[in-house]
Design a protein around this ligand. Structure first.
Ligand SMILES: [Mg+2]
Length: 275
C-alpha cells in the first residue's frame, strides 16, 4: 500500500549534483583532454578555452557545438575543403567514446571533501540525486569508482535515460520522480557549468554554481594550490561572475561549502519565497 504523502512544509528535500568538476575530476580535466585529442587527430587544433565553453552538454551535443564555432568550422574547411557536417559529429563522437572510457576511471578521483559534505547533506535529511553530460556507459564506469572512494548518490541519471541532456530539465524531473521528491523548489541543483545552472533554472529548482573545483577555473587541485594568491582571487571572481550571470542563485568554491547556502535557501522557503 502506498503511504500517504506528507504535506510540503518549506523544507529542502534533495540536492542534485553534477559529476565532473563538482563531485569528481577537480577542474573537469578528463573531457577537455579527450576533446582536444580527437580534434588534433583530425588536423584541427582546438584550444582548452574552446573545449571548455560548452562543457556540461551531452558530449555529442558538445562536439556539435564545437564544430559550429566559426573559428573551428573555418579551420575544418581549410583542412577538408568542406563545412563540417553531421557525419563528422558522429565520427568524432565515435572516437570520443572509447578514449573517454579509457581515461574516465583514472582521471576522475572524487573531489576532496565531497564524501564528508554528502554525509552532512544526508544528516539534514536530504536525498542525493545526480545528472551529467556523460553517456550511460561512461556513468556506469564512474559509479563504482566513486563509490569505492566514498561517494554514492541515491540516483544517477544521464541524457540517455530521458532522451536529452542539459540545458533541458528532464534529468532533474526524472531524479525527482525516482527519489519521490516534490515540489521542485525543494530541490537544489549544484554544478560547475553554465549548462548546469540553466538546467536547474529550466527545471524550477534552486541553482548553485561551483567555481574552484570546476570547469570555469579548469585546474587540478595541485595546479590550483600552486597559483599565487592574487591569481586565485581573480580566477574565483571571474568564474563567480560568469555563473552568476547565467542565473545561479548562489556561487560557492566547492561542494564542501554548501551547508550555509542550504540554510539560507531554507530561510527563504520558510519566508514563502520561491524559485
Ligand atoms: Mg561538470
Amino acid at each position: 500500500m502506498t503511504s500517504v504523502p506528507k504535506p510540503y512544509r518549506g523544507r529542502l528535500q534533495a540536492v542534485i549534483l553534477d559529476w565532473a568538476g563538482t563531485t569528481v575530476d577537480h577542474g573537469s580535466l578528463a573531457p577537455v583532454r579527450v576533446l582536444q585529442k580527437i580534434f588534433a587527430d583530425r588536423g584541427v587544433e582546438i584550444t582548452e578555452k574552446e573545449a571548455r565553453r560548452d562543457m556540461g552538454l551531452l558530449k555529442k551535443d558538445h562536439i556539435r557545438a564545437l564544430l559550429r564555432t566559426p573559428r573551428i568550422a573555418e579551420a575544418w574547411r581549410q583542412r577538408y575543403q568542406q563545412t563540417p557536417a553531421e557525419h563528422d559529429v558522429e565520427n568524432l563522437f565515435a572516437d570520443f567514446i572509447p578514449r573517454q572510457m579509457t581515461c574516465l576511471a583514472e582521471c576522475s578521483p572524487v573531489v576532496a571533501g565531497v564524501p564528508e559534505a554528502v554525509r552532512r547533506l544526508r544528516n539534514r535529511g536530504l536525498k542525493i540525486g545526480s545528472t551529467t553530460g556523460y553517456t550511460r556507459p561512461m556513468l556506469d564506469i564512474l559509479l563504482p569508482h566513486a563509490a569505492s572512494q566514498g561517494y554514492a548518490p541515491d540516483c544517477a541519471l544521464c541524457p540517455d535515460d530521458v532522451g536529452a541532456g542539459r540545458p533541458l530539465p528532464w534529468m532533474i524531473y526524472e531524479n525527482a520522480v525516482r527519489l519521490k521528491i516534490y515540489p521542485l523548489e525543494a530541490i537544489v541543483k549544484i554544478g560547475d557549468t553554465i549548462s548546469d545552472i540553466e538546467e536547474g533554472l529550466n527545471a524550477g529548482t534552486w541553482a548553485v554554481g561551483i567555481t574552484r573545483t570546476g570547469n570555469m577555473i579548469g585546474l587540478s587541485e595541485e595546479d590550483w594550490q600552486a597559483l599565487p594568491q592574487a591569481e586565485r582571487a581573480a580566477r574565483l571572481e571571474e568564474a563567480s561572475r560568469i555563473l552568476s550571470n547565467a542565473g545561479a542563485h548562489y556561487v560557492i568554491e566547492s561542494l564542501a561549502d554548501i551547508d550555509p547556502i542550504l540554510d539560507q535557501i531554507e530561510a527563504r522557503l520558510q519566508a514563502r519565497e520561491r524559485t
